[in-house]
Ligand binder design. Structure first.
Ligand code: SF4
Ligand code: SF4
Length: 374
């Protein structure tokens, strides 16, 4: 296994980590939790020492399964995470007791007396982050001072420049973000800033929400010069970034663990900019795709164009209109009806590095029926 330093904490973690939201659904439903726990134990055998879990995953059983495995290994040899936020606590005005009860439940389920990385979970935008800071951060600090959590971290779907703002607050030792061969431009500046600031960077969703393995032809260039499959190569793409500490692989079977381990065999790390340059030099057959570079920002109607074009990417990759709606509904915190406000001024198209027909795509998005909201 290839290991990296988690920011400036002095902790060494495996370049791939175990995502624990994919324990076998039938086993979970049937209560065969010991069987599910074989997956983290197998991952441990293979050198994977970073296990990412949270309340609610796997019908709220993920922490329990992960705890079963954690209690069977030497505690100091695994770094385990969990998460909390307003939605987990069921209110936007949580008090100390509510925070503590939730944390204590995670500790109990994980059969441990400390959590290595405790996340301020799923910060969708700066506004939500600021509210969480005001309401919760002091409880995180108190729990840390008592040794119940070792590192305060956050997870987010924000774009690069917003992530930079959170990084610059200096309040976190690390972060968990979505990053992959499809959206790397959105968050590249965020991971660079975190790295410069001595923070660890853990990546979820390295397979683009399944879009990469579902479109092996479009992404076959990732495998060039390797014997890897497309999903393995996509994981390696992420792990090869110098700025990224851990790429999470959600594993249902032992074969998935083996795949993840193979993806980082003889890993070579490179700066994010170099990885992106090599990737773009291949003249990939994705020219119609928005790369998330952000040069089109500054819309007079305040439309967050990169998010809209990212949603449109899903249609190009899958050929299905409904995937645009799904992206807005399940990923971006944006009202897609904003597309109708485009006044076709053309400012964004002049700046677009991919020369995309943004106005036309905005019209198409504005006219889409809301099937997935039915
Ligand atoms: S063309 Fe539309 S989306 Fe582009 S900058 Fe003008 S108003 Fe905004
Ligand atoms: S400039 Fe073009 S490619 Fe870059 S984010 Fe905007 S729409 Fe996407």
């Amino acid at each position: 296994m290839y290991y990296k330093s988690y920011g400036n904490t002095g902790i060494k973690v495996s370049a791939v980590g175990l995502g624990t939201m994919r324990y076998d659904a039938e086993d979970i439903r049937a209560g065969r939790l010991e069987k599910c726990a074989e997956i983290p134990l197998y991952a441990f055998e293979k050198g994977i020492n970073y296990w990412d879990t949270a309340p609610n995953y796997c019908e709220d059983k993920s922490e329990i399964v992960t705890g079963m495995a954690l209690s069977q290994v030497k505690r100091s040899q695994v770094y385990v995470t969990s998460k909390t936020n307003f939605s987990t606590l069921g209110t936007e005005k949580p008090d100390r007791d509510l925070f503590r009860r939730r944390l204590e439940m995670s500790l109990q389920r994980l059969k441990t007396d400390y959590i290595d990385f405790y996340h301020m979970w799923c910060m969708l935008n700066l506004d939500s982050w600021e509210k969480h800071m005001e309401a919760l951060y002091r409880f995180f600090e108190e729990a840390k001072a008592e040794g119940l959590i070792r590192n305060i971290v956050f997870s987010s779907h924000m774009q690069g420049n917003d992530i930079e703002t959170v990084v610059e607050s200096g309040r976190f030792r690390g972060m968990l973000i979505g990053y992959n061969a499809l959206n790397y431009r959105f968050r590249q500046s965020g991971i660079e800033k975190a790295y410069e600031n001595g923070m660890g960077v853990v990546v979820m969703n390295p397979l683009g929400g399944g879009l990469i393995p579902q479109n092996p032809k479009a992404f076959s260039y990732l495998t060039e010069g390797t014997e890897l499959t497309v999903p393995q190569a996509a994981l390696r793409f992420v792990a090869s970034h110098r700025e990224i500490t851990v790429a999470l692989a959600g594993c249902t079977t032992k074969a998935h663990v083996d795949d993840a381990v193979k993806a980082v065999e003889n890993l070579e790390e490179r700066p994010a900019k170099e990885v992106a340059r090599r990737f773009e030099e291949k003249g990939i057959a994705l020219n119609d795709l928005c790369t998330g570079c952000g040069y089109c920002k500054g819309c007079p109607k305040d439309i967050e164009i990169p998010k809209f074009m990212d949603a449109y990417n899903q249609k190009i990759l899958t050929g299905k209109d409904e995937e645009i709606n799904r992206r807005f509904q399940f990923h971006w915190d944006v009202d897609k009806r904003q597309a109708a406000e485009c006044v076709a001024c053309g400012k964004c198209e002049k700046q677009c590095t991919q020369h995309l027909p943004i106005i036309e795509r905005m019209r198409e998005i504005a006219n889409l029926p809301d099937e997935t909201e039915a």
